[in-house]
Design a protein around this ligand. Structure first.
Ligand code: HEM
Length: 419
C-alpha cells in the first residue's frame, strides 16, 4: 500500500470520526436544551435518536406491536382547541336529538332497510362492507340532517365510500408514522388532498343544504343553539360522520365474522340465535331487551374486545409529564392484558359471563378509551351495535361461502340447531 493510499484512508477515517463527533455534540446539545425547556419528567420510553427520533425502532407493518413494547410515546398538542371542539360536538349531538329514544327509533328503522338489502342476495355470498357502512352512516345522517339517504343515492354513497377509504388511509402505517413525526407530512400529500376532498363541503352540496335547512328548523323551534357559526358546525358534523361511521360498521362486521367462524356460538347449542329466539321471537329487537340477552351482550362485548378496532387512544391525563404533553395509551395493552383476561387472544364470550350465565362488566373492557377523552359517541355506538347485531342474527345465519376462506358471507335464514 502506497503512502498516498495510507494518507487517503486515514483522512477519510478522521472525517468519519469528526462527523460522528459533530453529530454526537448536536445530539447532546439539542437534547439538553430540549429538556431544559420543559417542566416535569418524561414518561419512560426508548431514547430517540437525533433527527430520526424512534423511527428505526418501529415495525412499520405492525406499528402497534412496537408500541406495545415501548408502551408510551409522546407528542405535543394544543389542549384548548380539543376542549372547545369536544364541548361543541357534545352540545351539537344533544341539540340534534341524540336522545335515547329518538336514536333507537332511527336505528330500528335503518335496520329494516339493511335486512331488506341482505335478503336480496338470497343466500349467495356477498361483501357486507358497503351496505353496513351505508346503514351506519345513515344513523348519523338521520341525527344530523333529520333524514336518511337511499343506498343508491350517488352523492351519499360517494361520501360514505370516500370517508371509508380515508379512514383506511388514516389507519395505515404511513399515517401512524406521520402522527409520530409530523415533519414528514409532505410525503403524505396524497392522503391530505383525499381527506380535503372528502370533507370538502362543495363535494356534498346536497348534504350541506339538507344540513342547513335542518339547523334552521331546529333554531326556529328553539332546539338548536344559534350561536354556533355554520363553518364550525359543519366541521363538527363532518368530524362526527368520520368518527361515528367506520368504527361502528367495522365492529359490526367483525361481529358477523366471529359468528361465521364460530358456528357454535352463533346458533348451535343454545347460543345467540337460540337466546334471541327464546326471549324475543320474531318481534322487533329493542334496547330494553339487552338485559334479557346476557349471552348476546357478552358476544358483542367480546367482539369489541378482540377486534380492538381503535387501538390507540389519546389522553391528557399524565400527571407527571411536562405540561402540554399528549400521551397515547395503547388500548391493546389493556384489551389483551394477560393478567385480566382468561383467554386474551381468543374469541371467548365467557369473559363477560358469570358462572350462572349472567352478564358481568369488566374493568379492563375499554374499547372507547377512558377519562376526559373517552369516545363521545359511546352511548350511540353501543345502541347501534346491539340493535343491528341482534336483529341481523334474528333474521340470518352467517357462514363462510362453501370452499372459501375469505371474509365474504353467505347469508341464510336462521335454522336453529341444524347448522
Ligand atoms: C364501536 C364504535 C366506536 C368505537 C370503538 C370508538 C372508539 C373511540 C376511541 C377509542 C376514541 C378515542 C378516545 C381517546 O382519544 O382517548 C374515540 C373518540 C371519539 N369518538 Fe368514538 N368510537 C366509536 C363510535 C363513535 C360514534 C358512533 C361517534 C359519533 C357519534 C363517535 C365519536 C367520537 C368522537 C367525536 C371522538 C373524539 C372525542 C374527543 O376527542 O374528545 N365515536 N372513539
Amino acid at each position: 500500500m502506497g503512502i498516498l493510499d495510507l494518507f487517503l484512508q486515514s483522512s477519510s477515517s478522521i472525517s468519519l470520526l469528526g462527523a460522528l463527533l459533530v453529530l454526537l455534540l448536536v445530539y447532546l446539545v439539542s437534547s439538553s436544551s430540549f429538556s431544559s425547556q420543559k417542566e416535569g419528567k418524561e414518561p419512560p420510553g426508548p431514547r430517540p435518536l437525533p433527527v430520526l427520533g424512534n423511527l428505526l425502532q418501529l415495525d412499520l407493518k405492525r406499528p402497534y406491536l412496537t408500541l406495545l413494547k415501548v408502551r408510551k410515546r409522546v407528542l405535543w398538542s394544543n389542549g384548548d382547541s380539543w376542549k372547545e371542539m369536544r364541548r361543541f360536538a357534545l352540545t351539537n349531538l344533544r341539540d340534534f336529538g341524540m336522545g335515547k329514544k329518538a336514536s333507537e327509533d332511527k336505528i330500528i328503522e335503518e335496520c329494516d332497510y339493511l335486512i331488506e338489502v341482505f335478503k336480496t342476495f338470497k343466500g349467495e355470498a356477498f361483501d357486507t362492507t358497503q351496505p353496513i357502512n351505508y346503514a351506519v352512516s345513515n344513523i348519523i345522517c338521520s341525527i344530523v340532517y333529520g333524514s336518511r339517504f337511499e343506498y343508491d343515492d350517488p352523492e351519499f354513497t360517494s361520501l360514505v365510500d370516500r370517508t371509508n377509504r380515508t379512514i383506511q388511509l388514516v389507519g395505515s402505517p404511513s399515517i401512524q408514522v406521520y402522527n409520530m413525526f409530523p415533519w414528514i407530512g409532505k410525503w403524505n400529500l396524497g392522503l391530505f388532498s383525499h381527506l380535503k376532498e372528502t370533507l370538502n363541503p362543495q363535494m356534498c352540496r346536497g348534504f350541506v343544504d339538507a344540513f342547513l335547512v335542518r339547523k334552521q328548523n331546529l333554531e326556529v323551534s328553539g332546539i338548536a343553539n344559534s350561536h354556533f357559526n355554520d363553518r364550525n358546525l359543519l366541521y363538527t358534523v363532518l368530524n362526527l360522520f368520520a368518527a361515528g361511521t367506520d368504527t361502528t360498521a367495522t365492529t359490526l362486521r367483525w361481529g358477523l365474522l366471529y359468528m361465521a367462524k364460530n358456528p357454535k356460538i352463533q346458533g348451535k347449542g343454545l347460543k345467540v340465535q337460540e337466546e334471541v329466539n327464546r326471549e324475543i321471537g320474531s318481534r322487533q329487537v329493542q334496547i330494553e331487551d339487552r338485559k334479557n340477552l346476557p349471552f348476546t351482550d357478552a358476544v358483542i362485548h367480546e367482539t369489541q374486545r378482540l377486534a380492538n378496532i381503535a387501538p390507540m387512544a389519546k389522553t391528557f391525563q399524565c400527571l407527571y409529564c411536562p405540561q402540554g404533553t399528549t400521551v397515547y395509551p395503547l388500548l391493546t395493552s389493556v384489551l389483551y392484558d394477560e393478567s385480566e383476561w382468561e383467554r386474551p387472544h381468543s374469541f371467548y364470550p365467557a369473559h363477560f359471563l358469570d358462572k350462572d350465565g349472567k352478564f358481568v362488566k369488566r374493568d379492563a373492557f375499554m374499547p372507547f378509551s377512558a377519562g376526559r377523552r373517552i369516545c363521545l359517541g359511546e352511548g350511540l355506538a353501543r345502541m347501534e351495535l346491539f340493535i343491528f347485531f341482534t336483529s341481523l342474527l334474528q333474521h340470518f345465519r352467517f357462514t363462510p361461502p362453501p370452499g372459501s376462506r375469505h371474509v365474504l358471507f353467505s347469508v341464510r335464514p336462521p335454522q336453529l340447531g341444524s347448522i
